[in-house]
Write a protein that binds this ligand. Sequence first.
Ligand SMILES: Cc1cc2nc3c(=O)[nH]c(=O)nc-3n(C[C@H](O)[C@H](O)[C@H](O)COP(=O)(O)OP(=O)(O)OC[C@H]3O[C@@H](n4cnc5c(N)ncnc54)[C@H](O)[C@@H]3O)c2cc1C
Length: 384
Amino acid sequence: MSKYNFPSIIETNELSNLRLEVRNFIMKSINDGDFSPTADAWVFSANPDFSKKIGTMGWLGMSFPKKYGGHERTALERYVVTEELLASGAPVAAHWIADRQSGSQILRFGTEEQKNLIIPKITSGECFFAIGMSEPDSGSDLASVKTKATKTNDGWKLDGRKIWSTGAHIAHYMIVLARTSPASKENRHEGLSQFLVDLSLPNIKVKGIEDMTGQKHFNETLFDNVILSKESLLGEEGKGWSQVVGELALERSGPERFLSHFTLLEKFISEFRTSLLKSGSSLVGKLISELQTLRRMSFSVASMLQNGDSPETQAAFVKELGNRFEKMMIESLREISNIIPLYEWPTSLQNLFEDATLRIPSNSLRGGTTEIMKGIIARQLGLR
Ligand SMILES: Cc1cc2nc3c(=O)[nH]c(=O)nc-3n(C[C@H](O)[C@H](O)[C@H](O)COP(=O)(O)OP(=O)(O)OC[C@H]3O[C@@H](n4cnc5c(N)ncnc54)[C@H](O)[C@@H]3O)c2cc1C
């Protein structure tokens, strides 16, 4: 059997009960007017009050240690909660990055002081993070980052420019990947370090970048002579590359890579259930069966993480196939719009469809491009 298989995982009664609990909470939140479902809500829909409520429910930092305010629950329990929140289009963007990757990164590499300062605020839904990896000339090739941290007597001085930093305008911290010493000829990955940067410090400018929908959810972040304390270093000096690789695995492995536009599919089916029987039902059937396969694969990745494995290849598969699925979904719905013309769609559905159409191109970029994902898969399978 290949070491890159996806073990089949059955959802236990406990997990199904948790799923039900989250669904009831979501239903109540919608009925109470806390939010209206949107598409791609984990990137575009930030609501700090809602994040706080999720924290109160014990659904943030679910697998983090109790001594830092976490709940010591399993990766599968976290998966179930995450999946339900995504499928409902709940406004989870504010806390998403902190809960998905930054908290784990701090738990893994941070000092006791950093953990005590930050983790309890992440689990209560009051501390948000941005990812400071990409730069104008460094996206796929992160080893070429030019943002520089120079050692001073008391700590570090940070200079440089990060780009596409999702949510930096509402985040409290950014984990910045910076060069702390020149790379050697033999190894360009040497000399990088990660920093825990408080975004309220002087000399940091966060400038919104408008996307095709006209929204500003990502940013350019400028660091001009920013003074950082010694304690801002996250993990080991010079080990930023290996740290960042682990962080990327967390970023790429979740169900957000194929559930970003589930609200659109669900609304479409409930609206046109009867008309579909006469026409495009096979297209929708194909979408649902693909989605079900992706869910099983992603659930399996969560179980591997729970067992302490590093399913980097399987996560890259899910991300890549998830991106394809979402693109195919939009194309299928566009095809169906030849049968059921757009003017017959309710306005709310048209809006979801238009937003999704404009946002889909970014899916195969964010979190690593299609070519990079395929490269990882090929390398792990020994094909390159
Ligand atoms: C919506 C969105 C949100 C984002 N949020 C963040 C964020 O919060 N923080 C952050 O740091 N970044 C973020 N990014 C940036 C994202 O990670 C980068 O866009 C991505 O890694 C690609 O980098 P690039 O844009 O510089 O493209 P490039 O790396 O310049 O790539 C250009 C093209 O060349 C191809 N290519 C590059 N290298 C290779 C190779 N070795 N082999 C084959 N093909 C290759 C790529 O696949 C791509 O098609 C976000 C991007 C988007 C779209």
